[in-house]
Ligand binder design. Structure first.
Ligand code: HEM
Length: 289
């Protein structure tokens, strides 16, 4: 959850001069990258169509990495920055409140005796829904930097802090719903769960790591801690995301479904950071001032 109005100002890649040009370049790279394995497959007498299809699916990622590597750093576009200040923040806030609104709607339908989507086990539905919302919001927080790096749209970082806070909000509600609807406020029951079930222990650890991040997600904390210390503290987001995904993965018996999708997305986001870091190290010094 790095922050500041524009983290890495002056470091960030600017939007390309012509967005269309970049999109065309990306698409050309995409198709070209898919043709190579197909041609090799054909030469080797393999199913060229299969290799073309598979590469077509995989190469957009390669195309994005390619564009990111060839783009040169430049300053941010002021118009986009202004737009983000005025529209992006309230828009994102609204989007972040939608899952809560949906939950409130389901509960009000249930309480007024009308049909609702929660099934017969309302408690389980509620805390599972909140857990899913928390982990997905957390993954969106981690996706902000890659999206900024790929698109060059620096103002997107303006909303990272509020998305991270929303992840904490939903995770805290998830615990509260579990404690209330499943454990009926029994502290002994909760402690027993934490000690007996590994996945609950991991969930608890993830939530504990989220607390210092949520508490320091404000301008005052950045000033008090200093930028360097604050950045170091917010590195906690990586272990906590791994703990949250492990919490989710350990509660299922098979490698399938939403937990696997969450784990795959996290692996890709972490891999992106490693690649980005390695590329920054390899770039000439003036490019990463
Ligand atoms: C004190 C902390 C936590 C406790 C006690 C806890 C407990 C639980 C429990 C009991 C379940 C349901 C398992 C089942 O019904 O089989 C669950 C599911 C889940 N939790 Fe947590 N959790 C905690 C923290 C977190 C955090 C921090 C996250 C994510 C940021 C998270 C994400 C999830 C997800 C994604 C699910 C699966 C929901 C589903 O089955 O659709 N949990 N948690």
């Amino acid at each position: 959850m790095e922050n500041s109005a524009f983290p890495g100002a002056g470091v960030t890649n600017a939007p390309p001069d012509s967005g269309l040009l970049w999109i065309l370049l990306w698409m050309a790279g995409w198709v070209a990258a898919a043709c190579v394995p197909a041609l090799v497959a054909r030469l080797l007498g393999l199913n060229a169509r299969f290799y073309f299809g598979a590469s077509l699916l995989l190469s957009p990622i390669g195309g994005l990495i390619f564009i990111t590597l060839i783009r040169t750093p430049a300053s941010e576009a002021p118009a986009l920055r202004t737009f983000a200040k005025h529209w992006l923040k309230p828009l994102v806030l609204l989007a972040l409140l939608i899952p809560f609104g949906y939950l409130a709607l389901q509960w009000s339908l249930m309480l007024s005796g009308q049909p609702h989507a929660m099934g017969w086990n309302v408690g389980q539905w509620t805390h599972r829904y909140l857990g899913d919302t928390a982990i997905r919001t957390l993954l969106v927080t981690l996706a902000i930097s890659p999206v900024r790096d790929i698109t060059g749209w620096a103002p997107i970082a303006l909303v990272r802090r509020r998305i991270g806070l929303a992840a904490f909000f939903y995770a805290a509600l998830h615990l509260l719903a579990y404690f209330w609807l499943d454990r009926e406020w029994s502290i002994a029951g909760l402690i027993e769960d934490v000690t007996i079930r590994t996945y609950i222990m991991l969930g608890m650890a993830a939530l504990t790591f989220m607390i210092p991040l949520a508490v320091t997600s404000n301008n005052g904390a950045i000033k008090r801690l200093g930028r360097k210390m604050w950045d170091r503290l917010h590195w906690l987001v990586y272990p906590l995301a791994i703990l949250a995904v492990a919490h989710n993965l350990l509660m299922v018996k098979a490698i399938e479904g939403a937990p696997t999708v969450h784990a795959t997305i996290l692996a890709l986001l972490l891999a992106w950071r490693v690649v980005w870091w390695a590329v920054a190290k390899l770039k000439p010094a003036e490019a990463v001032t």
